[in-house]
Design a binder for this molecule. Structure first.
Ligand SMILES: [Zn+2]
Length: 97
């Protein structure tokens, strides 16, 4: 359950419950503002964090591990590779560009 603990830590951090969330994020923003490559990485990181947050909401709702599209269980191997995966492999390959 190491990954879940990490996700909880990220969510905890995002909610600012540790009291230094805002400072951290503005530091990151200042650091990356002048560098397009790092900005791109930051966007990727934020998208990942949003996925993790959505996954945490599903953990709380008891629907974690089930596809948000068709409701089928997501395979353990897929969850291991992508713990925040919202879709089963079949649905993910349907919506993937
Ligand atoms: Zn599905």
């Amino acid at each position: 359950m190491e990954l879940l603990r990490r996700e909880e830590a990220v969510a905890h951090h995002l909610r600012g419950e540790d009291g230094r969330n805002e400072a951290d994020f503005s530091d990151v923003a200042n650091y990356t503002a002048s560098d397009e490559v790092l900005e791109g990485l930051e966007e990727t990181a934020l998208a990942e964090i949003r996925q993790i947050q959505a996954a945490l909401e599903r953990v709380e709702a008891g629907s974690y591990g089930f596809c948000t599209s068709c409701g089928a269980p997501i395979s353990p191997g897929r969850l291991e590779a992508l713990p925040s995966a919202p879709l089963c492999l079949a649905c993910a390959s349907r919506v993937a560009p």
